[in-house]
Structures are given as C-alpha cells and as structure tokens.
Ligand binder design. Structure first.
Ligand code: PRP
Length: 214
C-alpha cells in the first residue's frame, strides 16, 4: 500500500488538525516530540505520512500531488488559487478577513478615493477592491505585522485577518469592512481523490462526523 501523505500548515492549525486526526484513530507519535528537527513523520501501521509546511506552500504541495491531503486556512486557499478539491470546512480557526484602519480612513474608503492598502494577501485584496467593489486602490504587499502600516503612514488601510480583534484594539484601529469569513479547510489532490478514493473518503467521512458533532 502506498503512503497517504498529509501536509499541515505550520502553527496553530497543525496542532488542531493533528488533534482531529487523532480523534478518528489516526495519530502520529513521532510528531509529538517538539524538539525534533525532523520534517516528515510516519505512521507505519496506517501507511500515513505527515509533514509541516509554511501555510502558503500547503496548496502547492497538494496541487502537485506531493501531498494527497492538506489542512490549511481558507485565507491561504483564496490567496494561492491552486487547483485542488476543497472537501471539508473543519470549523476551527474561525476568523474574518477585513479591511481595517483608523476611523479617519472610513470616509476616504467610502468615497472611493485612491487609497493605499497594505496586506499579506494581495490577491484577496485585489479581488475584493477591483472585482467586488469596482474600486481602484494601490496594494502594497507586506509579510507580517500588517497593523503597523497605517500607524506609520505606509498605507491608509489594511486587509488582514481579525480573530479576537485585540491586535486592532491595542493599535487604535477598527474594522471598516468585512471581506469574508475564514476557517481551516481540508483539501485533496485531484488525482489522489480518484486513485485513493476509498482511503480518502474514509478520512473525510470520519472528520466530517466529528466536525458536525461540535
Ligand atoms: C494575525 C493577523 C493579525 C492578528 C489578528 O497575525 O495578521 O495581526 O493575527 O488576531 P486578533 O484579532 O486575535 O488580534 P499573526 O499573529 O498570524 O502574525 P503576523 O502579524 O505575522 O501576520
């Protein structure tokens, strides 16, 4: 039997994702050793392999079939736009993609002025402003701590993830518009879905049951 390989987005989602797998009897002891520098973890008995990757790379591994399955946030899926099947909303990691900024930016935003938008998600921001709002903006790609941008005058607003809202609050920013809701998703390689249909369907069904119960 060939290995079924699962790519997990590093960080909070990976731990939560593994906890879900454990609940359907798919554990991976090797993965629990946090001091390990190993990159791939195997469950020989079930012929499953797991690896952690940067969130943005998970859809790439899955599209190319280097991973059969993946667990990754909807934000990353929207941003990367890869060809794969999104099969399950895992219901965890719920948050929202929002346009945020200082209250003073609200008017400029509403009047369709040519504003500057800082974001880690240029595709999502572009799609929102150009295709949904028919608004021309200048998009500036950043790689983290996006909330800094309006504070230091790099941009008027940001497009970023809001979970509890505390980062915004502590930095004097507010939600100005909501782009979309987000959560963790399970994705599947399109060829694997056919070739390994039985095993993959079993995994999906198991996880679906747990997710529904919650
Ligand atoms: C994310 C996001 C916000 C924050 C939102 O950043 O970009 O900054 O979390 O969470 P909150 O609403 O609960 O405060 P993350 O911690 O992933 O790091 P980053 O700044 O490097 O993107």
């Amino acid at each position: 039997m060939r290995y079924l390989t699962v790519a997990l987005a590093k960080g909070r989602l990976a731990d939560k994702g593994m906890a879900l797998f454990e609940r359907i009897g798919i554990g991976c002891e090797e993965m629990k050793d946090k001091s390990s520098r190993k990159l791939i973890f195997v469950n020989e008995e079930l012929k499953m392999r797991f690896f952690l990757a940067k969130a943005n790379d998970v859809p790439t591994y899955v599209e190319y079939g280097a991973a059969d399955l993946g667990i990754v946030g909807k934000d990353t899926l929207l941003e990367e736009g890869r060809k794969l099947y999104e099969v399950l909303d895992l219901g965890m990691g719920r948050c929202r993609m929002c346009v945020c900024g200082p209250e003073e930016a609200r008017e400029r935003l509403q009047h369709h002025e040519l504003i500057r938008v800082a974001t880690k998600y240029p595709h999502i921001a572009k799609d929102y402003f150009y295709n949904k709002k028919y608004q021309t903006v200048e998009i500036i790609k950043l790689n983290g701590s996006i909330e800094l941008a309006p504070i230091v005058g790099l941009a008027d607003v940001i497009v970023d993830i809001v979970e509890t809202g505390s980062t915004l609050k502590e930095n004097g920013l507010v939600i100005l518009e909501e782009v979309c809701g987000l959560s963790a998703r399970m994705v599947v390689n399109q060829v694997s879905m056919k070739r390994e249909n039985e095993r993959i369907s079993q995994v999906i069904k198991g996880l679906q049951k747990i997710v529904r119960e919650e």
